[in-house]
Design a protein around this ligand. Structure first.
Ligand code: F6R
Length: 365
């Protein structure tokens, strides 16, 4: 049931501290400063020989693949490519030996993801699923995999499955990193940060009332831009997708610095931009991008770290999130964006749990 929440989407947003705990349960190995997975069905030798990784999926799951690319390349130094499953299945790209293919899917039933996995498996590559629904078609088709353990996701817009996908990908990056160059101490530090994550997400949820006010202010927009860089570029795409699907407002996500190559032409006083600008390496650059938008009269909503002293000077509205290491930021910064789309959709009278034209699992291509 709804457990007192008005909608499944809201309930599932609030379940995230718990779903993240479940994703990590039994998988953090302090003794060896690594992660452990029961169902990969590959020997350490086979996993050690992996030279390339392909992450494939659709929609929100494809966004988590983009996060996974940053994670695995940074922490494990394995080259990753991200593919839309619908493209990969027909594109026939050359795939090198020792490539491991991950299909990422909440439902485990998405037709394109299943076909992309079967096609790469047929060619002799190892395939694994990162999946929520146990014993689903994709979980069965893959050679092995990792379950999210997020519990049933009923709202059509994916929320808790997304953050759990990002979390599993972070643990996989730790695991592959520890088979390679990542030191014991390095592994320990990542584990410590992972353990802080559920509480950070819990704290991020306390922005709900404030997000409601921001939603009131911007609910009549016809276009919204979402901008972020590095780990938070996928967050921009995911924030935009959430708004599109449930409020039917046109939204676009971009890497913040791509603005000046075209999208900035869209900026006017009726087109809000949501900047994801937590503390980190590109903070100053994203702030500069924000000033460019302000200078052209665009309203700015910022998702920023809790004690950011500067962002108020530029942004019209600031939603603060707790500070976590950059590799985990997408899991925290997406929370206010999920809530923002929820509240805007409510104000606009949309059916948030069953948006028009959409189905929970897309079993046709
Ligand atoms: C967005 C959404 C869809 C799914 C996509 C893939 O909120 O729910 O974009 O992410 O259809 O579905 P799964 O993950 O079940 O393969």
């Amino acid at each position: 049931g709804l457990d007192g929440f008005d909608h499944y989407m809201l309930k599932e947003i609030y379940e995230q501290p718990e779903s993240l705990r479940n994703a990590m349960r039994g998988r953090l190995d302090d003794q060896n400063a690594t992660a452990v997975f029961g169902g990969l069905n590959l020997t350490p030798q086979q996993l050690r020989s992996v030279e390339r990784i392909i992450l494939t999926g659709c929609g929100t799951s494809w966004h988590s693949a983009l996060v996974g690319e940053y994670l695995i390349e940074e922490l494990a130094r394995i080259p990753v490519s991200v593919e839309y499953a619908s493209e990969l299945r027909y594109r026939n790209p050359p795939i090198e030996n020792n490539t491991l293919v991950f299909g990422i899917t909440q439902s485990g039933e998405t037709a394109d993801t299943l076909a992309a996995l079967n096609e790469t498996k047929r060619k002799g590559h190892r395939t694994l699923a990162i999946c929520n629904v146990v014993a689903s078609s994709i979980a069965q088709a893959a050679d092995g995999g990792v379950y999210l353990h997020a519990g049933p996701e009923i709202g059509v817009a994916s929320t808790k499955a997304y953050t759990s996908q990002c979390c599993v990908l972070a643990m996989l990056a730790l695991y592959f990193g520890r088979m390679r160059h990542l030191s014991f101490e390095g592994g320990q530090r990542l584990i410590e940060e992972l353990r802080l994550l559920p509480n950070a997400v819990q704290q991020a949820l306390t922005c709900n009332e404030q997000v409601k006010d921001v939603a009131k202010k911007y609910a009549s927009a016809n276009n919204v831009l979402y901008l972020g860089r590095q780990y938070n570029f996928p967050t921009a795409l995911e924030g935009a997708l959430k708004l599109k699907e449930i409020s039917y407002i046109h939204a676009e996500g971009y890497p913040a610095a791509e603005m000046k190559h075209g999208p900035i032409a869209l900026v006017d006083d009726a087109t809000p931009s949501v900047f994801i600008v937590p503390a980190g390496g590109t903070y100053d650059k994203v702030m500069a991008n924000m000033e460019e938008v302000k200078a052209r009269g665009g309203p700015v909503i910022a998702i920023a770290s809790e004690d950011d002293p500067h962002v108020h000077q530029i942004a019209d509205d600031v939603i603060h999130v707790p500070q976590v290491q950059q590799f985990l930021q997408p899991i925290v910064t997406v929370v206010p964006l999920q809530l923002l789309s929820y509240h805007i959709a409510l104000i606009r009278g949309c059916d948030v749990d069953k948006p028009r034209n959409l189905a929970k699992s897309v079993t046709v291509e």
